[in-house]
Design a protein around this ligand. Structure first.
Ligand code: GLP
Length: 241
């Protein structure tokens, strides 16, 4: 486990973007495991900037996303499909057919989960997985529970996650209560992991995840067992480490 301490959000974004861009430069057809939420937005902005400067090429890059809401279409502005398009894909030369997310409108959830597991397998696994940290220690949408879930599965979101994510929805819009997420095994099988954390309100949970016991009650704590686990945290988030 390596901890990279950043001065602030901008610095955290640049440091994490450097790790991702090194991966793309060293292996142009890398499989990037991507995340949504507010934390990675600065990283995507930085990657777009380096792409415009000619330092990065996404032509052969493949991507898989951690999660997607269930019951909304990819065109819905709140979907993670839309988020990825707006925050990264449409700004760089990635081939959209090389970008994969679970389909929120799939009729058969179980089939959709197996399909997504197969996608990851057929791509040859994930080279580098970017992760944000939920306030309750979730990664992707793997919520605290009795055990670690393995592959892609469908989850009922906890009230705290629904509330945390409601800030991204317009007033009156309902936050979906269910989602698809990669499982803990899919995440742990990534060859490299980069967890990005920003802000004082994440300091406590980051400390439990990194220094506390490995437990499904804090899903991110399993990352301690990964052999190439990198944490990029700004000063406020790293304050208790
Ligand atoms: C959501 C996403 C997670 C993300 C988390 C934290 O629930 N499913 O993948 O890491 O929120 O988001 P933020 O970075 O906005 O705090």
């Amino acid at each position: 486990m390596r901890i990279y301490r950043a001065a602030d959000y901008e610095d955290m974004s640049r440091k994490a973007a450097n790790i991702l861009s090194a991966q793309i430069i060293l292996k142009p057809d890398s499989v990037l495991g991507l995340a949504t939420g507010s934390t990675p937005i600065g990283i995507y902005r930085q990657l777009i900037d380096w792409y415009h400067k000619g330092d990065l090429d996404f032509k052969e890059v493949r991507t898989v996303n951690l999660d997607e809401y269930k019951g909304i279409s990819s065109g819905n502005q709140q979907s993670y499909h839309y988020f990825m398009k707006e925050n990264l894909f449409r700004h760089v030369n990635i081939d959209q057919s090389n970008t994969y997310l679970p389909d929120g409108l799939a009729k058969d959830s179980e089939k959709e989960c197996s399909r997504f597991n197969e996608v990851i397998e057929q791509l040859g696994g994930i080279d580098i997985q970017l992760l944000g940290l939920g306030h309750n220690g979730h990664i992707g949408f793997n919520e605290p529970g009795d055990s670690f879930e393995k592959g892609t599965h469908c989850v009922t979101l906890t009230q705290s996650t629904i509330e945390a994510n409601s800030r991204l929805f317009k007033e009156g819009e309902e936050v979906p209560r269910e989602a698809y997420t990669m499982g803990i095994q899919s995440i742990m099988m990534a060859r490299k992991i980069v967890l990005v954390v920003s802000g004082r309100e994440k300091a406590e949970i980051l400390k439990s995840a990194i220094n506390g016991p490995v437990t499904p009650l804090v899903p991110a704590s399993i990352l301690q067992m990964h052999s190439d686990f990198n944490i990029v945290a700004d000063k406020e988030a790293a304050a208790l480490l």
